[in-house]
Design a protein around this ligand. Structure first.
Ligand code: ADP
Ligand code: MG
Length: 690
């Protein structure tokens, strides 16, 4: 029988009680166990000489005990010092038995495995796994890498390794191969069964470095299939959406024309093209699922406002969802500025408005009087009901996952019709990556900035030259311009960061007494935040000291100077977003990256990249090279694209091939499609895996 239909209880030693615990790891069937892949490996095939140890290393060492002692400083602990002729290391045990203590005596040889860290007396390992060696015993215990599996309470590594062994021994040969042989040959990838056997039990002599970095062909084979499953599942979501009905919204003849006529600028060619694509989608009888990518400042908001005007003209409501209160408020101001003169009623639904005002707002939304409703995800709470929702605009999409996208559409359902969805992404990513990660969406790109924008002059300045930077702020404000001073969230503790921001604001107030300075951060009350931002937007505040709350979307064209503290600690895309807050007006703008010397290699590369280019797509490309996509795409929190073995950055060269393989499977092997999705996406319903 297919291991996909055998319950885990078929494995040796697995009863109903254990099965319950395994369910928490998503392990229901024997196939799930076979596809429970190692997170990483421990390398017990090589010894590190004690003299070569560095903090943070996790490694195998061996040595002779020089000293063993019970220390009472702080907590009682057994401390053992070992040496091997190249250096020494302390082993520290907080819990130990008398027998353990008696075994660890001067002169005995032992090997141990653990993580190296700084201790009170130099490098140490706390609670290493260890074993005493006989006189003539060689210290190398393993000939192959040791897999480390995702584990949970009551389901540890030993148990998992035993289960996997049993599954491999008895059921591996029954795992079905869904990829056509010709495809595997073309891609030079091994067969599935061989790949599974190898990643669980890497035989001695395999390329250890490749395995440790996930580049071994066996891992690539599995990553390929996982990416394929993800891609196919999104394609299926897309097909499902295509089969749904949506209200047809004709191209606006009146309101959009009026909106455009009232603007002080003309849409760029790119904006017009993307608006055209949206208008076309809105007129289809199926829900639009369109992602608009555009660099910071490319003018995504006004495009969304035009789409909103078209929907309203056709008699539908529009919901605009922003990721933060701050942005919701700004959109509220912008949309009202554009739409109110056309006679369109724009309402705000903040998560924190007073109850009476809230009841009135809810009523206006339910009756359809509020034509455009702007808010945070509070918009999609249970008690919010729309009269006739035709379009949902989601700004700064990267914080929402597939599941949330689907839930949003279901929310606005009426008479079997679901609203159109327009998703605006603040973080541009390369097209091939977008097409793979968001395969359930159509992608539009605004690849042009409004004319007259001068690139932001970017400089990196060491914190030792802070006084010059303060003088620069003074000069800019004296010339009638405004500035941001960003104190990013960098420490673990939010409280500490707020303190830094508060202290910076105070110091600046003293140094720049002639300038109006205000502070915003995450803990400032929403009402106060709005007051400050409005005052800043009106030019009544000249210098805004802020944490990264202003990172995305904030738009004040008169602000032309951006100071970023501790720039060396921020990621490239984040710095680019922050820098994008300036250079929005016609004045020459500047961004000062204040850093704490000395710079690490990576930080130096980041700051250099930022100085060299202002193209968001290029920045994203370099960011991908330098670090993981989780941070870039903001998916760590939402769990979107959380892969077992694939790594979208490391494996991105596979993506075009994944797409081609998917087309082939859909056309020639439809039975394989469902099986591959089920195998990898398990019960993740939102991906269509049921
Ligand atoms: P983003 O794409 O980063 O969300 P915004 O929508 O906030 O950018 O637009 C940035 C600024 O550019 C806003 O002040 C907006 O009014 C302005 N803008 C948008 N389109 C144009 C255009 N075609 N010409 C000039 N200015 C524009
Ligand atoms: Mg924006």
């Amino acid at each position: 029988m297919d291991p996909a239909s055998l319950p885990v209880t078929r494995l040796k030693g697995v009863g109903p009680r254990l099965a319950e615990k395994l369910a928490r790891l998503g392990l229901a069937t024997v196939q799930d166990v076979l596809f429970h892949l190692p997170l990483r490996y421990q390398d017990r095939t090589r010894l590190t000489p004690l003299g070569a140890l560095r903090p943070g290393m996790e490694t195998l060492v061996a040595g002779t005990i020089e000293l063993a002692d019970v220390a009472y400083r702080g907590r009682r602990s057994l401390v053992v010092r070992i040496a091997d002729g190249t250096g020494h290391l302390h082993l520290r045990f907080f819990h130990f038995t008398a027998a353990q203590r008696d075994g660890l005596v001067r002169g005995r040889r032992l090997r141990c495995y653990g993580e190296v860290r700084f201790g009170p007396a130099g490098l140490e390992m706390a609670h290493p796994e260890y074993s005493l060696l006989r006189e003539d015993e060689a210290p190398l215990p393993e000939q192959h890498l040791t897999p480390v599996y995702p584990a949970t309470a009551g389901v540890g590594q030993t148990l998992l390794r035993r289960m996997v062994n049993d599954a491999l021994e008895h059921y591996l040969r029954r795992v079905e191969e869904w990829l056509p042989e010709s495809l595997l040959a073309e891609l030079a990838l091994p067969a599935l069964q061989d790949a599974l056997a190898l990643v669980h039990r890497p035989p001695p002599g395999e390329d250890t470095d490749a395995l440790l970095t996930g580049r071994h062909p066996a891992q690539q084979r599995l990553a390929f299939e996982e990416l394929l499953a993800y891609y196919l599942s999104l394609k299926r979501v897309r097909e499902r959406v295509r089969a749904e009905r949506a209200p047809r919204i004709p191209a606006s003849t009146r309101l959009v024309t009026k909106l455009l006529a009232g603007l002080s600028f003309q849409l760029t060619k790119a904006q017009q093209r993307v608006l055209g694509e949206i208008v076309h989608d809105l007129h289809e009888p199926h829900p639009m699922q369109r992602l608009v990518q555009g660099d910071v400042g490319s003018g995504k908001t006004v495009v969304a406002a035009c789409a909103a005007a078209a929907a309203v003209e056709a008699g539908f409501q529009v919901a605009v969802m922003a990721p933060t209160e701050l942005l919701a408020e700004q959109h509220g101001r912008n949309f009202a500025g554009w739409l109110a003169p056309l006679g369109i009623d724009v309402a705000a639904l903040s998560g924190r408005i007073a109850n009476s005002a809230r009841a009135a707002a809810l009523d206006a939304i339910a009756s359809g009087r509020a034509a455009v409703v702007i808010g945070t995800h509070a918009l999609f709470q249970e008690e919010v009901r729309f009269g006739h929702l035709g379009l949902v605009v989601v700004d700064e999409q990267h914080r929402f996952g597939v599941g949330q996208r689907l839930a949003l559409r279901a929310k606005g359902e009426r008479d079997g019709e679901r609203p159109h969805q327009l998703i605006m992404s603040a973080t541009p990513i390369p097209r091939t990556l977008a097409q793979s990660l968001y395969a359930d969406l159509d992608v539009s790109v605004i690849d042009e900035l409004p004319p007259g924008r001068q690139p932001v002059d970017t400089v990196a300045v060491p914190a030792t030259r802070r006084a010059e930077v303060v003088a620069r702020v003074r000069a800019a404000c004296a010339a009638g311009r405004q500035a941001y001073w960003v104190c990013p969230l960098i420490e673990e503790s939010e409280a500490l960061d707020l303190e830094t921001a508060v202290r910076t604001a105070e110091t600046l107030k003293e140094a720049l007494s002639e300038i109006t300075i205000a502070l915003v951060h995450g803990r400032v009350k929403p009402r106060e935040k709005e007051r400050v931002m409005t005052a800043f937007a009106r030019g009544e505040i000249q210098l805004l000291v802020a944490t990264t709350v202003i990172e995305v979307g904030v738009d004040v064209p008169n602000a032309s100077l951006m100071i970023i503290e501790n720039a060396e600690r921020l990621g490239l895309s984040q710095l680019h977003q922050l820098r994008g807050r300036v250079g929005r007006g016609s004045a020459q703008s500047a961004c000062v990256l204040l850093y704490q010397p000395p710079l690490s290699e990576l930080a130096r590369a980041r700051l250099a990249a930022l100085r060299e280019t202002s193209d968001g797509f290029e920045i994203a490309r370099r960011d991908l090279e330098m670090r993981g996509p989780g941070e870039l795409l903001g998916t760590r929190q939402t769990g979107e694209a959380a892969f077992h073995i694939a790594d979208i950055v490391r494996d991105r060269a596979l993506l075009p091939r994944v797409q081609r393989a998917a087309e082939r499977l859909l056309a020639d092997h439809p039975d394989a499609v469902a099986a591959v999705i089920r195998r990898w996406m398990g019960g993740r319903e939102e991906y269509g895996a049921v």
